[in-house]
Design a protein around this ligand. Sequence first.
Ligand SMILES: [Zn+2]
Length: 213
Amino acid sequence: MMNRYLSLEGAIGAELQASLTPADAIALLKDGVKRSTTEETTQRNRSALLTDAAGGQYPYAAVLSCIDSRAPVEQIFDAASGDLFVARVAGNVASPDLIASLEYATKYAGSKAILVLGHTRCGAVKGAWAGLEDGHLTGLLGRIQPAVTATKAEVGAEDSAENLDRCSHVNVRETMGALRQESDILSGLEAEGKIAIVGGVYDVATGEVAWLD
Ligand SMILES: [Zn+2]
């Protein structure tokens, strides 16, 4: 599976996508991080990718991540055009349009895994921790409050970088739970073994991803 992926010139195709298990998709994500952190990134043929793009898309995974400029999803996973659906929203929360996007990515477009990707030094987590209320941010940051409450109960209310990063981990778990709880489509696909829902926290200082169990 990995060799077939690495030997691609253009984009991942229908046959390769269909042959992947959820575990394969997660392995591809993990291998991508290894390549990007060791500077052994793959160079695929740009014109072949564009040619293939006109014919459709068969991404192996979908990533729900934060908008943070230091967490560029395709770079983190050494991914090419056509590899990943990427849904980004401050604080990687599971709001309805984001859930819908992931339902599309998996049920209708065949992706085999959903990765909820938080990151260290997250401004949205910091804002939620401080109880920031302003404009539309109030509602968005409210979705992070369950993680803030749980983390403060565990480590106290000091807004140290360590505590805030801990909250990013908890927030990923909360988002994973919300995807399962609020989407019958996603929880159904997971129960059937057609997709896996996994979590990780990207370290903006090292480029590594800490994978949640
Ligand atoms: Zn963030």
